[in-house]
Ligand binder design. Structure first.
Ligand SMILES: [Zn+2]
Ligand SMILES: [Zn+2]
Length: 177
């Protein structure tokens, strides 16, 4: 297993997806494969989720035979392979159970890939940016819906600001005419 931090090259989804979906249980109907296919990868960031799902799909995933020691509480509470933190610690800290990165960092990273939104975000007053960060921290759960919610929230904040802008602009305009 490689978890070297140096190798963080982002793997983008391929442009042309294969038409036929790869099925790992086509010739393998073992309980293990069935179990892994039914397992839901959760408690991790999107990047780690992709990695783990890839491992499952291509049968590189080796489930834990016994609980492992959590790097947070130092108890043998880690139930999932490749996770460093147990569910409790990860939830408490608001970080990915595998790479231990805060979820809001990831959301922000993804948001900043949207150039338009990034521009809007950096144009925001510090107070607004912080409120958005707090919002992300509060709603983080590693699911993809979070990002959608955050986007909606940011749009809300921006809409609110635009409204304020309009009010102040029309105020100064009325004086000129
Ligand atoms: Zn723990
Ligand atoms: Zn992660």
């Amino acid at each position: 297993m490689s978890t070297s931090r140096g190798n963080t090259s982002r793997k983008r989804p391929q442009k042309h997806q294969n038409r036929t979906v790869f099925k790992n249980d086509l010739h393998d109907t073992s309980q293990k494969t069935k179990f892994l296919n039914s397992m839901e990868v959760k408690g991790v960031c999107k990047r780690c989720k992709d990695i783990l799902e890839w491992k499952i799909k291509f049968k590189k995933y080796k489930p834990l035979s016994a609980a492992r020691k959590c790097v947070g509480c130092e108890q043998k509470t880690v139930k999932y392979a490749y996770h460093l933190l147990c569910d409790n610690c990860a939830t408490e800290k608001g970080v990915c159970a595998k790479c231990c990165k805060p979820f809001h960092e990831e959301v922000l990273e993804e948001l900043s890939e949207d150039k338009n939104l990034h521009q809007k975000l950096t144009g925001l007053p510090e107070r607004k940016r912080r409120s958005i960060l707090r919002y992300i921290e509060k709603h983080q759960d590693g699911s993809s819906t979070t990002q959608v919610n955050v986007m909606a929230h940011i749009e809300d904040v921006l809409a609110g600001m635009r409204q304020l802008d309009c009010v102040s602009e029309s105020d100064s305009d009325s004086g000129a005419t």
